[in-house]
Design a protein around this ligand. Structure first.
Ligand SMILES: CC(C)(COP(=O)(O)OP(=O)(O)OC[C@H]1O[C@@H](n2cnc3c(N)ncnc32)[C@H](O)[C@@H]1OP(=O)(O)O)[C@@H](O)C(=O)NCCC(=O)NCCS
Length: 236
């Protein structure tokens, strides 16, 4: 582990973020995540997957220590659908990309669900290869025209924002939904915020046309995005 960092830009107060920068995966890297058990289903996975898993859980435990210390040492099992299973009264989200792992955690009275994502900035030419999978119609062109963002930067944002949306809404939707089921409509550089519109109905309380708000934070090597659903009773 090279360094750790936090972020106060991605979520409202009450949601704790912990990020770590990782060395090249090795058995020694794995040992650094002391106390994080690798589940039986991942024991035969490649080293990078085991390191990613342990690093994500390590980041989540650090965020839980700051936010819900009474349950911070509990394991966060991996669900059959791959979603993490948080202790009662806690919600959170985990993401990793080459060299980074991040987690966001909150009490469920602060947020009912959270999605976080981290992506390395896409390089020149990436948009030709993956844009059609991630964006639909004039989505990318519209964002590039309306912002200062170049095509690869905007595509990184769209990809990451949609992964955050997926992780945030999954507990409610309980099924897979794709990149073409939502559209990133706007990027507000000054506020570090983005708007996503659902293009299909996902549940009765997530109808087509619903606009969801998320935030982003630029770092030199990566872009982080986050989205939180308000607590059901407060609507805040
Ligand atoms: C599930 C998905 C979001 C995970 O992305 P990924 O490429 O593995 O990479 P990330 O590092 O960002 O995220 C991995 C973490 O997401 C979490 N995750 C996986 N499935 C999840 C789910 N259904 N709900 C919430 N979180 C989930 C896990 O914590 C996982 O890490 P872990 O296995 O170490 O616990 C992605 O692969 C996917 O299937 N996306 C579906 C399509 C989509 O994004 N649609 C957009 C709709 S707008």
């Amino acid at each position: 582990m090279r360094a750790s960092f936090s972020s106060s830009k991605l979520f409202p107060a009450g949601v704790l973020v912990h990020g770590i920068e990782l060395d090249t995966p090795s058995e020694a890297t794995l040992l650094a995540f002391d106390g994080i058990g690798i589940p039986a289903s991942l024991e035969k996975a490649v080293l990078k997957r085991r390191v990613d898993f342990a690093a994500g859980r390590f980041a989540a435990r650090a965020a839980m220590r700051a936010c819900v210390p009474e349950v911070a040492e509990l394991a966060i099992p991996l669900g059959a659908d791959r979603a993490p299973i948080w202790p009662r009264g806690v919600t959170g989200s985990i993401a990793h990309t080459a060299g980074f792992a991040v987690a966001a955690v909150a009490r469920t009275d602060a947020a009912s669900a959270i999605g976080i994502d981290v992506e390395r900035w896409m390089r020149a030419g990436a948009s030709d290869r993956v844009a059609d999978h991630i964006t639909h119609g004039d989505e990318l062109d519209t964002l590039v025209r309306a912002s200062e963002w170049g095509e690869n930067e905007a595509l990184t944002l769209v990809f990451s924002a949609k992964e955050s949306v997926y992780k945030c809404l999954y507990p409610e939707v309980q099924r897979w939904f794709g990149f073409h089921d939502a559209r990133v409509e706007a990027i507000d550089e000054e506020a570090g915020a983005f708007v996503v519109r659902l293009l299909v109905p996902l549940t009765p309380s997530l109808p087509a046309g619903l606009r969801l708000h998320g935030r982003f934070e630029r770092r030199p090597e990566v872009l982080m995005t986050g989205m939180a659903r308000p607590h059901a009773h407060t609507g805040t």
